[in-house]
Design a protein around this ligand. Sequence first.
Ligand SMILES: Nc1nc2c(ncn2[C@@H]2O[C@H](COP(=O)(O)OP(=O)(O)OP(=O)(O)O)[C@@H](O)[C@H]2O)c(=O)[nH]1
Ligand SMILES: [Mg+2]
Ligand SMILES: [Zn+2]
Length: 309
Amino acid sequence: MTGTVVRNTGSWYVVRTDNGQLFNCKVKGNFRLKGIRSTNPVAVGDVVDIAPGADTAFITAIHDRRNYIVRKASNLSKQSHVIAANVDQAALVVTLRHPETNTVFIDRFLASAEAYRVPVLLVFNKTDLLDEDDRNMLESLSRTYEELGYTCLAVCALRSQLSTLREALRGKTTLFSGNSGVGKSTLLNALVPGLGVKTAEISMSHDTGMHTTTFSEMYDLPENGGVIIDTPGIKGFGTFDMEPGEVGHYFREIFAISHDCRFGDCTHTHEPGCAVLAALEEGRIAGFRYQSYLSMMQDKDEGKYRAAF
Ligand SMILES: Nc1nc2c(ncn2[C@@H]2O[C@H](COP(=O)(O)OP(=O)(O)OP(=O)(O)O)[C@@H](O)[C@H]2O)c(=O)[nH]1
Ligand SMILES: [Mg+2]
Ligand SMILES: [Zn+2]
């Protein structure tokens, strides 16, 4: 029998077969992703073969993935974690306030998604909490990202201002990702009337989320409006399996300009004749994007990433 993984809690998976039946499954055997060790060999979105047993079914094979998005399982980890597989796009939910998503985190996510060829939608939530300065900031950030070709939406889950988001999700399978507390599950609840997925207020003292969602699950939007995969909030986004020379390929503007660098193996940090540094100087590349690039290059130097991002 074949089905799609719709939920993953620890070593248990819920698989929905084509006729809509649900099976609680465990994994049989040892699946590996291109020989990389992963904390979850199977992810939500995977199409799998299952062999139903007396009370437990087993996942016996994973079909080839159209795409997937993966990050380091944790700081310093050599293991990867597959966030989801076979998605049409990822919606990175971010907030400028309560909590504050930093741009290094955004850019790490974007670079990784670029590497795995997953289109990203940037969803700025909690617009009700923004003052005028924040709104200017939102506009300026959106402009920068839109110029790079990323769609940016400003929404408010609390006031159900979601028409642009609903439109962007229609008919697609979308992974919801982002820091804890940005409102991923609240958005989901607002999009699916009566769903009632658990949400929680962010910590007053730390201004961070409470890691309320603890497993990944796929939900159907009403009226064939698409599919959402809600996932646990993440703190840092360590890129997995990326060579230092590759990092610049996944920053669209850096990649485009790098063709004019004097040296083919330019790292855009100190080299003479570096077109990227020249563009930075002239303001044709946003300073914060270049900082994110440096942050990822430094990981590669140190062989790790810092938990703060
Ligand atoms: N003011 C305001 N609060 C919101 C909005 N959207 C969500 N929240 C609040 O933000 C808090 C966190 O929301 P959640 O939906 O639990 O966040 P999450 O991203 O799912 O968090 P994790 O599951 O921990 O990753 C809740 O108290 C929500 O009510 C919004 O648009 N405006
Ligand atoms: Mg949640
Ligand atoms: Zn260069």
